[in-house]
Design a binder for this molecule. Structure first.
Ligand code: N01
Length: 546
């Protein structure tokens, strides 16, 4: 095991800054955590951000068609009713550029940027037991010495580019959707290949197809999608938002997934088939993630889920004119919403265009990239541009790409060798005073993100305030509390259909060699919030405070 103290002691680079707390990241989570700690607690705190601006996920994911799948009136901060009245969303779902404007507005409104150091990637964070401080190092060699360290690094910020042999030899250009060039990519007249048909690929394909000479979509696993039906917001709805900030906050705080709609109480299997079809039809017409909320048993019973799955597969076959393409697109191998369910703006319709084709890379996998294009087992596809919509090393990736070491120099990557382990998704035993926002073990990606983020940032700030008031220096999850929580996360997931999607990034199954563990807490945001509150009421049960 490396001698961590020596590591930092031998660092002769550009100086050391001492702070009460350091936040890693300046996306939705990092900005709010910075605000809570600086303005509410009065801490000396900074945020370090790898990008040149605020935005996190939205800063990096600038691919064509990038848009939030949560509706705009639910996808923002709700801690300030005044700010909710000041901002006006333009569309039902906010696009990437509008979200960036919003986050810049929020950061400027609270004057946060002066305490954010941009273009600063954290490479290591080591805990020094003797002084109870975290020593945090950046790529440029700066060191920060802090009592509290909060990672707000996002769940989907480590791009996964599959290790295809020959990528270096490709004569054209290639891009990963999660690291998209700021200046954009001009597809006009180009032969474009897009690998991946998750939420990202499904958003990007229709937009790329509009200008590309030809778009070839390489599909390994067919996917469900429901129309988003994005529209400009009416002035009446914009006014409704301004008039009802508290109600909107309460609505998103009282639902399982932090969305502004409830899961219906009715059961798919107890509803007569004709009535059920009519309900699905209405949900399809309304569009969006609410489709998943049509019946209570949809995520608990495979037979119930099948009714939704068959409905969507039928829609795909109706929309896509070429029967072979329709068959490939609707040959879906997992329950609906067991993978994060995409919503789209004309995805299946895109395959009716003469300049779009679908290649089944499950039947004939991609073997390599040649100088000319993508080579599958069966054929070579000549291309000018390859778009990797191949997802992320989700949830653990952003944490593990930093060299985080806790008590006795134990590396987080070793502590998580068999999969992520923590207590409440907030703390790892052996890593005192380190908090993670919306990481594994919390509802995070199963929840509308800003709702989950606000709860975590407020819980962490309240915890630090409590410690200061009580004169406490150190908080650390107890190993037995962590074991129990990991067991609970697993048990709850096993009662749902979620683990049935074998290639899902929820399970880490999209990354070769990654342990297959269902990572997010599937018990719902309301229950999770109650648990976190009860833990505090019982004197931070499960944590050691010293
Ligand atoms: O990534 P994904 P994503 N050969 O992992 C395929 C959020 N999001 O970027 O399923 C061939 O879902 C892979 O195939 P398979 C949202 O939470 C939010 O699309 O593994 N194909 C799959 O089709 C989402 O879930 C929003 O067989 C390969 C695709 O690449 C998350 O981000 C918008 C391959 C990856 O799908 C990630 O979505 C967009 C290979 N070697 C995304 N490797 C909004 O709300 C991978 N694939 C705005």
């Amino acid at each position: 095991m490396a001698d961590v103290t020596t590591d930092f002691a031998t660092d002769k680079s550009s100086g050391t800054t001492e702070l009460d707390a350091l936040v890693i990241g300046a996306g939705f989570a990092g900005l709010y955590q910075l605000l809570c700690l600086r303005d509410r607690l009065g801490l000396k705190v900074k945020s370090l951000e790898a990008g040149s601006g605020v935005g996190g996920t939205w800063y990096w994911n600038r691919y064509p068609g990038a848009r939030c799948d949560s509706e705009s009136h639910a996808y923002w901060y709700t801690f300030s009713p005044e700010m909710m009245r000041e901002w006006e969303w333009s569309e039902r779902y906010p696009g990437q550029a509008e979200i960036m404007r919003y986050l810049n507005f929020a950061a400027d409104r609270f004057d946060l940027k002066k305490d954010i150091q941009f273009d600063t990637r954290v490479t290591a964070a080591h805990y020094d037991q003797a002084t109870n401080r975290w020593h945090v190092r950046t790529e440029a060699g700066e060191t920060f010495v802090v009592k509290f360290l909060i990672t707000a690094v996002g769940c989907l910020s480590t791009a996964n580019v599959p290790n295809f042999p020959g990528l270096d030899s490709f004569k054209g250009d290639w891009y990963h959707t999660g690291e998209w060039p700021h200046e954009g990519v001009d597809f006009t007249g180009k032969r474009v290949g897009m690998i991946g048909t998750g939420s990202t690929g499904i958003q990007a394909a229709p937009v790329i197809a509009e200008t590309a000479a030809h778009l070839t979509v390489f599909q390994r696993t067919a996917n469900y999608s429901v129309p988003a039906r994005n529209v400009p917001l009416t002035p009446e709805f914009q006014q409704y938002i301004k008039d009802n900030p508290t109600e909107i906050r309460e609505a998103t705080h009282s639902t399982l997934n932090g969305q502004p709609f409830r899961i219906e109480e009715r059961m798919a299997l107890e509803t007569p088939p004709e009535e059920r079809e009519a309900i699905y039809e209405k949900a399809w017409e309304r569009g969006g993630l609410q489709f998943r909320a049509s019946f209570k048993d949809m995520m608990a019973s495979k037979a119930a889920n099948d009714t939704a799955a068959e409905f969507i597969k039928g829609k795909i076959r109706e929309i896509v004119k070429d029967p072979k393409t329709a068959a490939l697109l609707s040959d879906i191998d997992h329950p609906y919403a067991a993978k994060r369910p995409p919503i789209d703006s004309g995805y299946f319709e895109t395959f009716n265009r003469p300049n779009v084709s679908l290649v089944d890379v499950k039947a004939a996998p991609i073997e390599r990239i040649s100088p000319a294009g993508v080579c599958t087992k069966d054929a070579e596809y000549p291309l000018d541009i390859i778009v990797f919509a191949t997802g992320f090393d989700a949830m653990t990736g952003p944490m593990l790409r930093m060299d985080i070491r806790g008590r006795d120099g134990v590396a987080l990557k070793d502590a998580w060798e068999a999969g992520p382990r923590n207590y409440l998704g907030l703390q790892v035993a052996g890593f005192p005073n380190l908090f993670t926002i919306t990481g594994p073990g919390s509802p995070s990606v199963l929840c509308n993100m800003p709702v989950a983020i606000e709860q975590h940032a407020e819980w962490i700030a309240d915890c630090i305030a409590y410690m200061r008031k009580q004169g406490l220096e150190r908080i650390e999850a107890r190993p037995e509390a962590m074991d129990q929580w990991v067991a609970e996360v697993n048990e709850i997931a096993s009662k749902t259909l979620l683990p049935m999607a074998k290639h899902s990034w929820y399970l880490g199954a999209n990354i070769p060699g990654k342990p297959k563990v269902f990572m997010p807490y599937a018990g719902g945001m309301v229950r999770y919030r109650e648990i976190c509150t009860e833990v505090v009421e019982r004197g931070y049960e499960g944590f050691s405070l010293t």
